[in-house]
Design a protein around this ligand. Structure first.
Ligand code: 5GP
Length: 341
């Protein structure tokens, strides 16, 4: 057993110090980023916010509303037929990830869909991205489809980011073990890593190799999204913050014919396991829970709050582009959690 004595930080442990600067006007701040990916050598330009591949949030309606400027990871439970129809539309292809896990049948589904439409982005998703099997699976996908842009995860430490970028030949590594709003991994297993430090350390490792990272989980407010970008995230993935919008699918509670709340649950919760895996297996604990999220209206409104927060933060630190936010940022460590006002 070892103890790492260096303090590790979560979003709530820090604030961003305002700086004297030629404050750019908020409207002129450029939120678009342009990336060239390490292994696929493809390029992408847009606002690097990604809807999570949870079945309530990673929907085709979400992809239609966010794309092509922002990205969506479709959940992996759509049928082949629906996916083929969806990806036939070139506009959606340019900003939407096809998601798969590590099962052989999921690989076969990817192969089938790929023969029918020209996919560009895929997300290989496993709760635990640390296994050799996972790296081998990512590598196999890369060998089979050299031109696909591959996002793979989740991990939370630089060693595994490097492993996935080099051995697995991923383009983007997804960062986050345990921070999710409906995740109970930390409670059930004691395993995890404070998300802000995970992003800082993993972004450093990835950028040294010309790879990219997507911060996944733990953002509860526009300020958290800002902190994730300021910590070095190239993309920020959102689940709970985008749950409860019109574009979500699932069980809505209604009052007088109007939506009031959405049942939002982790993809390893009992609810999701019952729905998709025929119930929980004995050896596997549920690592997700179910909550209710108030109805929020169209996703565009939530996105406006987030992009407004990012613009304002850039103005506070003197960054004219989102690209410069990280290098303009000094985090101050707070003695009490910052949370919400
Ligand atoms: P949020 O933005 O809601 O804080 O986090 C979303 C992320 O939580 C997802 O993209 C995914 O990585 C993670 N997640 C979703 N469902 C579960 C679950 O049941 N268990 C765990 N451990 N993580 C989950």
């Amino acid at each position: 057993m070892r103890i790492d004595n260096e303090p590790k930080l979560d979003f709530d442990d820090v604030l961003i110090r305002p700086k004297r600067s030629e404050a750019p006007s908020r409207a002129s701040i450029v939120l678009q980023r342009e990336y060239r990916f390490l292994n696929s050598e493809a390029t992408w330009k847009g606002i690097p916010i990604v809807a999570s591949n949870m079945d309530t949030v990673g929907t085709m309606a979400m992809a239609e509303a966010l794309g092509p400027e922002m990205m969506t990871c479709l959940h992996k439970h759509y049928s082949e037929g629906r996916l083929v129809d969806f990806f036939k539309n070139a506009v959606h292809r340019a900003s939407t990830f096809f998601t798969l896990g590590i099962k052989d049948e999921e690989f076969e589904k990817l192969r089938t869909v790929k023969t029918k439409v020209d996919l560009r982005f895929i997300c290989v998703d496993a709760a635990n991205g640390y296994t050799r099997y996972f790296v081998e699976r990512v590598k196999r996908i890369r060998e089979t489809f050299p031109q696909l842009t591959i996002m793979a995860g989740n991990v939370a430490t630089p060693d595994m980011v490097q492993e996935l970028l080099i051995s697995g030949a991923a383009d983007i590594v997804k960062i986050g073990i345990g921070p999710g709003s409906v995740c109970t991994t930390r409670l059930m297993t004691g395993v995890g890593y404070p998300q802000l430090s995970a992003i800082i350390e993993c972004a450093d490792a990835a950028h040294g190799l010309r790879g990219h990272v997507c911060a996944d989980g733990g953002c509860r407010s526009p300020g958290d999204v800002v902190k994730a970008f300021a910590a070095g995230a190239d993309f920020v993935m959102l689940g709970g913050m985008l749950a409860g919008v019109d574009e979500c699918e699932g069980e809505w509670a209604e009052k007088e014919g109007k939506r009031v709340a959405l049942a939002f649950y982790g993809m390893s919760s009992r609810k999701a396991l019952d729905k998709y895996s025929g119930g929980r297996r004995d050896y596997r604990a549920c690592e997700g829970r179910e909550i209710e999220i108030q109805y929020k209206g169209p996703v565009k409104e939530t996105i406006q709050e987030i992009t407004g927060g990012i613009r304002s933060a850039c103005a506070y630190v003197g960054a004219t582009r989102l690209k410069d936010l990280s290098k303009c940022t000094t985090f101050v460590i707070c003695s009490r959690p910052t949370g919400k006002d």
